[in-house]
Design a protein around this ligand. Structure first.
Ligand SMILES: Cc1cn([C@H]2C[C@H](O)[C@@H](COP(=O)(O)OP(=O)(O)O[C@H]3O[C@@H](C)C(=O)[C@@H](O)[C@H]3O)O2)c(=O)[nH]c1=O
Length: 194
């Protein structure tokens, strides 16, 4: 398993070890101990799975406020996505900055999205199944969002005409969004990281 740092502190790309043979492949998509050895200590308590039937579906940008902030471990089962994380930790040197990575059924890559980041993705293929683990339960009350094409973020999405949910079509701009994440130095910055 390979861990790749990104320009955003705490956002990490994971490349699992994939065992291929004549039947197909096998991989461990999560192993508490092996993740812990890479200083990623996660207490996941919920698994989510979404299907987007069309290409150019954008879901996001989403986050849950404290005390229900979530770390997410995102992967694609079928299809592919452009997966995006945006730093919304007040006081962070990279506040408002985003990163994106392609996750696909072929590259098996996973993305760690820590607490204090908004998350969203755009499907690159039809019938894309995305699965992700989270370390806090869903809270309708604390479920929040930011508009996908907020000019202040200037995310380079693969489409300019996405299919959105009603909710996501009218999310607020970052400037108007409710956020309650404080940037802390090393020990506290990546909740879930030892
Ligand atoms: C996220 C979530 C939604 N729901 C319900 C609420 C709603 O009626 C229905 C669909 O929810 P949404 O439209 O918010 O689904 P979706 O747009 O797929 O939301 C997801 O987007 C990605 C980008 C994320 O990062 C996730 O955390 C989550 O916010 O499912 C749950 O019951 N539990 C959950 O954990």
């Amino acid at each position: 398993m390979k861990l790749i740092d990104t320009k955003l502190d705490g956002v990490k790309i994971i490349e699992p070890k994939v065992f291929k043979d004549n039947r197909g492949f096998f991989m461990e998509s999560f192993n508490f101990k092996k993740f812990e050895e890479l200083r990623l200590k996660f207490d996941f308590i919920q698994d989510n799975h979404s299907l987007s039937v069309d290409k150019d579906v954008i879901r996001g940008l989403h986050y849950q406020l404290n005390p229900n902030a979530q770390t997410k471990l995102v992967r694609v089962i079928t299809g592919s996505i452009y997966d995006v994380a945006v730093d919304i930790r007040q006081g962070s040197p990279t506040f408002g900055q985003w990163m994106g990575v392609k996750l696909s059924e072929d590259n098996h890559r996973m993305l760690v999205v820590p607490k204090g980041f908004a998350h969203g993705f755009c499907t690159l293929q039809e019938n894309t199944h995305v699965q992700y683990k989270v370390d806090d339960y869903y809270s309708a009350e604390n479920d929040k969002g930011i508009l996908w094409n907020d000019p202040a973020l200037a995310i380079d999405w693969p489409t300019s005409n996405p299919i959105l949910s009603e909710k996501d079509a009218k999310q607020p701009l970052l400037n108007d969004a409710e956020i309650n994440f404080l940037y802390q130095t090393k020990e506290g910055v990546d909740h879930g990281v030892l």
